[in-house]
Design a protein around this ligand. Structure first.
Ligand SMILES: *[C@@H]1O[C@H](CO)[C@@H](O)[C@H](O)[C@H]1NC(C)=O
Ligand SMILES: *[C@@H]1O[C@H](CO)[C@@H](O)[C@H](O)[C@H]1NC(C)=O
Ligand SMILES: *[C@@H]1O[C@H](CO)[C@@H](O)[C@H](O)[C@H]1NC(C)=O
Ligand SMILES: *[C@@H]1O[C@H](CO)[C@@H](O)[C@H](O)[C@H]1NC(C)=O
Ligand SMILES: *[C@@H]1O[C@H](CO)[C@@H](O)[C@H](O)[C@H]1NC(C)=O
Ligand SMILES: *[C@@H]1O[C@H](CO)[C@@H](O)[C@H](O)[C@H]1NC(C)=O
Ligand SMILES: *[C@@H]1O[C@H](CO)[C@@H](O)[C@H](O)[C@H]1NC(C)=O
Ligand SMILES: *[C@@H]1O[C@H](CO)[C@@H](O)[C@H](O)[C@H]1NC(C)=O
Length: 811
């Protein structure tokens, strides 16, 4: 009987007081009392931070050892001791009092109308939302999700309502131990076309850009990111509200978004096995992300900046039009005019018809109908930037001269679609005849020479045999090419190289091709052209971009290449998102493929070709991620025994150039080996061996430093899935890379040795000696040709931070 009574009493206690997820109107909570959400994920109660004695009331994760507070009620009015209480006021507000006998609350839910229902309760929902509601009717009066502090939990909205003026804003803490309101806020700004902006005080700090229907204009790859499998974002913009909601697809995952004390917006996920929060997304990332980094009408990418030309007096002039910039985070839309009813075409007309309009863009991309909605700018623009593979099209008003200049400047070259063409013509002009003679002579005396490399068992390399038969270059009919490229339609133009424009085409059988139309004044005779095409077309290898043929019509000369839809290697290894998809086996495959390609160039039975401009942007990747070396614009062809040459015009790309070549103009197979070494190290680390580095050490220098400390594993790309790589194999590749970039050319292995090293154990390798250019200072280049650099070598120079010097004359 007694036991039953105690049980009953206990049961009552559980039901009536603060032991479950609810605070009744008639009850109060003292310091030390805690309520838990159903499922016990979240807790609500009193807490202190660090060594401070100040007491706060808030919500935190109940099951996480690391104290993670997601909401603080009285962030700006803490209690000094543990005598605080939480209870309802007579008007029905949930209040915090400094002690039980106080009547002035420190904090209140501030619902304006008195709530009289005795059934009013406060309940902590399983999502971590403290809700004031009528427990009988379910009518809600207030919720903590409408008054966030620094964190946004899944299903919580950020943004404002149009009617009652509610604005849900994240405000960072002052410091990690002080939850009072800090300097940074993250909110949707309703002026113009709504966008999410991170402010420091009242100054914009970073901008997501506007919502395009697929994601934020200024958040690269958001809709495609892998994180979307755990988290989805949705955006609402209607008569009632403008808001953003992040959801989780797997309810067991703990994830949140927060603004931290130093002004970063982070998204985190709890890694239970490691008992820590992992930041899987964080902005701003780079300097160029900072609001208005490039000033009025400026736009930038991480390595350069430029300005939109705004000139009101061009309005109404003949042939006035627009220049299209691709992959743009459009400028601040708070000063833009919006009309969601217009199509992009109508938008253009509207902009043309209004002399104050300087630029336009579509507002929304979702749906089958494609872009819709019209944004127009009528004055100075702020905070635009260009992405490698994100952003949207942006149209700037320009007159005809400007449009032409723009095209000529090759700014269009920074296009997303990669152009796959090899610039070879002028590069090999002089040597073509010599080489051709040489080939014939050599073929007579020495029909076939096999590779001399010995391969260890298990070597990842395969060789393709030189077939040694006469190869006839297909001649394409001019009509075929005209049809395939839609009569060289402007929209099919992939870019413009030093030797002429490049077009994409589709043959009748559906095959995609790239057509390079050589400039008429290339100065090459027909016979030389044919010889050279024959020569280059003999370079057939799985790891070289393939030439399919040529087309000759009176003055017109065209080269036809296979079309590769994928991007070049730099788009993969220097992009966080793409990189995280590249696991070690894939990277190894790519390294080996490049090595095979270079070996073929260096060791081909007939010719010895030194590429001279190996770099990540000159390696194209096909659909199966097979690397293909492109751009032979600077390649030198040698006779079989000649292994080095010299020039007083240095061409190539800083960061990839060997010291003897950059400084003295001596090039050899070993200068290609140097570039290959840099490539290996870049692929392993996902970092660029930038030549102009702010810090004292560039990538090669950093690796060399860590290598000597025995800590080289630290440099391996953190985004690579650790489980599927063998650390010793990665270190072996680092070792090979370091051997390739040694300062002294004679210390560097040649390509056959490099290739065989991949099949051997690293124990047998010599220790690497000091590499060249560790400081990342610009080498003093002996280059007296002031016009070099006027031509860019690769049409596929989408990596705008490459600085390429080319000599296309006088070879
Ligand atoms: C806490 O102490 C400070 C300074 O001693 C005082 O200004 C403040 O009013 C106190 N707060 C409460 C809630 O008693
Ligand atoms: C309120 O209660 C505290 C202790 O709980 C006591 O120290 C204080 O004197 C009381 N104040 C009043 C006005 O009753
Ligand atoms: C509640 O309203 C009062 C007066 O309008 C204001 O001073 C106070 O800051 C408000 N408290 C909260 C938590 O919003
Ligand atoms: C929104 O942006 C405009 C223009 O930049 C600014 O004047 C306004 O204060 C901003 N509004 C808010 C709520 O931050
Ligand atoms: C804020 O986030 C950034 C980026 O994730 C991080 O580098 C910085 O240390 C964080 N600041 C604090 C105070 O935690
Ligand atoms: C603006 O355009 C007009 C007409 O094309 C031209 O004469 C003038 O030089 C331009 N002004 C600037 C600053 O570019
Ligand atoms: C857009 O179209 C809708 C329906 O056709 C119309 O109700 C609305 O007023 C239009 N908005 C503007 C800005 O023209
Ligand atoms: C041009 O556009 C601006 C901004 O939308 C507008 O204020 C102005 O009335 C327009 N002018 C004409 C002639 O339509």
């Amino acid at each position: 009987m007694k036991i039953v009574f105690i049980f009953f009493f206990y049961f009552c206690l559980l039901q009536s007081c603060t032991c479950d997820d609810t605070i009744m109107r008639t009850h109060s909570m003292r310091d030390g009392d805690v309520i838990f959400s159903e499922g016990k994920r979240f807790a609500f109660g009193f807490f202190s931070l660090g060594v401070s004695n100040l007491r706060y009331v808030g919500i935190w994760y109940a099951q996480i050892s690391e104290q993670t507070v997601v909401w603080v009620a009285n962030r700006d009015s803490p209690m000094n001791d543990t005598s605080g209480v939480i209870r309802f006021s007579s008007s029905g507000n949930l209040c915090i009092y400094a002690s039980a006998n106080r009547t002035e609350p420190l904090w209140s839910t501030n619902v304006s109308d008195s709530i009289l229902e005795p059934t009013l309760v406060a309940r902590l929902s399983p999502l971590g939302n403290l809700v004031l509601l009528d427990s009988v009717t379910g009518k809600g009066y207030w919720e903590s999700f409408d008054h966030p502090t620094d964190s946004s939990l899944p299903f919580m909205r950020l943004g404002f309502t149009r009617k009652d003026g509610l604005d849900r804003v994240l405000t960072a803490w002052k410091s990690p131990g002080d939850p009072s309101s800090g300097a940074f806020t993250y909110r949707i700004n309703r002026t113009g076309f709504p966008q999410l902006i991170l402010y420091k005080g009242l100054t914009p700090w970073w901008r997501t850009g506007s919502w395009t229907g697929l994601g934020w204009s200024g958040v690269p790859g958001m809709s495609r990111r892998r994180g979307s499998s755990i988290s989805r974002s949705s955006f609402v913009n209607n008569q009632d509200e403008v808001s953003l909601t992040n959801r989780v697809t797997d309810a067991s995952v703990l994830t949140r978004m927060m603004v931290n004390e130093t002004g970063n917006v982070q998204r985190l996920i709890w890694v239970a096995t490691e008992k820590r929060w992992n930041v899987f997304w964080s902005v701003p990332k780079e300097e160029c992300d900072n609001y208005a980094h490039c000033g009025l009408n400026g736009y930038c990418d991480p390595t350069s900046s430029a300005s939109f030309k705004i000139n009101a007096s061009i309005c109404g002039r003949e042939k006035e039009g627009f220049v299209r910039l691709k992959r743009v985070k459009i400028p601040d839309t708070s000063v833009a005019s919006v009309d969601m009813n217009l199509t992009l075409k109508e938008c253009k007309q509207r902009c043309l018809g209004n002399c104050s309009c300087v630029a336009y863009a579509s507002a929304y991309h979702e749906g089958v109908g494609g872009a819709r909605g019209c944004l127009t700018w009528h004055g100075d623009m702020l905070d635009a930037r260009i992405y490698m593979n994100s952003g949207q099209d942006f149209y700037i008003r320009a007159d005809r001269e400007e449009i032409e200049r723009w095209n000529k400047d090759g700014l269009l070259r920074k296009r997303r679609v990669i152009i796959i063409v090899i610039s070879l013509i002028a590069a090999v002009m002089l040597l073509a005849v010599i080489s051709f003679c040489f080939v014939r002579k050599r073929r007579k005396s020495n029909r076939e020479r096999r590779y001399s490399t010995t391969l260890a068992p298990g070597s990842p390399f395969r060789f393709e045999e030189d077939r040694g038969r006469e190869w006839e270059l297909p001649l394409f009919e001019p009509n075929t090419i005209v049809t395939a490229t839609n009569n060289f339609a402007f929209r099919n133009k992939l870019g413009e190289g030093g030797f002429g424009p490049v077009y994409k085409g589709v043959l009748e059988n559906g095959m995609e091709i790239a057509v390079k139309r050589l400039a008429k004044n290339s100065g090459q005779g027909m016979e030389e052209f044919k010889n050279e095409v024959k020569l280059i077309s003999k370079l057939q290898h799985r790891n070289l971009v393939r030439m399919l043929g040529c087309c000759v019509e009176s003055e017109e000369k065209m080269l036809i290449y296979e079309y590769l839809p994928n991007k070049s290697l730099d788009c993969f290894i220097f992009d966080e998102e793409q990189r995280s998809e590249l696991n070690w086996p894939k990277r190894m495959e790519i390294i080996c493929g490049i090595a095979r390609g270079i070996l073929y160039l260096h060791q081909d039975s007939r010719l010895r070709i030194i590429h001279r401009d190996l770099k990540a942007s000159n390696i194209l990747l096909d659909n199966e991620m097979i690397p293909k070396i492109a751009d032979f614009g600077m390649a030198r062809i040698f006779g079989g025994n000649q292994i080095r040459g010299s020039t007083n015009r240095v061409v190539g790309t800083y960061g990839y150039m060997s010291p003897e070549y950059a400084m003295e103009g001596h090039f050899s197979v070993k200068s290609d080996v140097y570039s290959f070494g840099v490539l290996i190290l870049e692929i392993i680390t996902g970092k660029k061996n930038s030549a102009f580095h702010k810090e004292s050490l560039n990538l090669v220098g950093q690796i060399w430093d860590l290598w000597n400390k025995g800590e080289a594993t630290k440099i391996v790309d953190k985004l690579m899935n650790q489980e599927i790589y063998d650390e010793s194999e990665v270190m072996k590749c680092v070792h090979i890379g370091l051997l390739c970039v040694q300062e002294n050319a004679s210390d560097r292995p040649d390509m056959p040795s490099v290739v065989s090293m991949f099949g051997h154990k690293a124990n047998d390798f010599p220790p690497p000696k000091h590499p060249a250019f560790t400081s990342g200072r610009k080498p003093h280049v002996k280059n007296d040709d002031s016009t070099s650099g006027a031509y860019l070598s690769g049409e596929n120079s989408n990596s705008v931070n490459d600085i390429t010097l080319t000599d296309v004359h006088g070879r």
